[in-house]
Design a protein. Structure first.
Length: 138
């Protein structure tokens, strides 16, 4: 049924995600992503990291490192689906509560971050990039 090894890749993604939890939670530490999401900045953080690792693909390290960057993109995208569902779905109905539309356009906000590392961006800057990328809610 699948033509692009989707099942195997998704299974590998789950193993990758499990390993990240083992790395971060082995000593009872809180993962940075968890802290950021819990403080209301999850969308900007996740979309910003998707952009970061997408743009880095093929530029740092060897082909195996590039592949790991793709898994990072997928992991942050999965976390963003969680953020989206937390914001726009109800537990009882599982129906979308968002009545606006997304406007996809090239964000102007990236250029404001280009003078320094994307890792140094503040939560406000992450949210500005995400808002620019996703468009304003109507």
């Amino acid at each position: 049924m699948y033509k692009f090894n989707e099942r195997e890749i998704v299974e590998e993604l789950m193993k990758y995600i499990d390993e990240t939890y083992n790395q971060h939670y082995a000593t009872g530490k809180i993962q940075t992503t968890e802290f950021v999401v819990d403080n209301g900045h999850g969308t900007g953080f996740c979309i910003g990291n998707v952009l970061k690792y997408t743009q880095r693909y093929g530029k740092k390290g060897e082909p195996e490192d590039w592949r790991k960057d793709l898994f990072k993109v997928l992991h942050y995208a999965v976390i963003q689906v969680f953020n989206h569902d937390s914001n726009y779905r109800t537990c009882e109905q599982e129906s979308l509560q968002y009545d606006g539309t997304f406007s996809f356009r090239a964000p102007d906000t990236y250029s404001e971050l280009s003078y320094r590392s994307i890792d140094d961006a503040t939560p406000e800057e992450w949210n500005a990039v995400a808002t620019s990328f996703l468009g304003e809610k109507s």
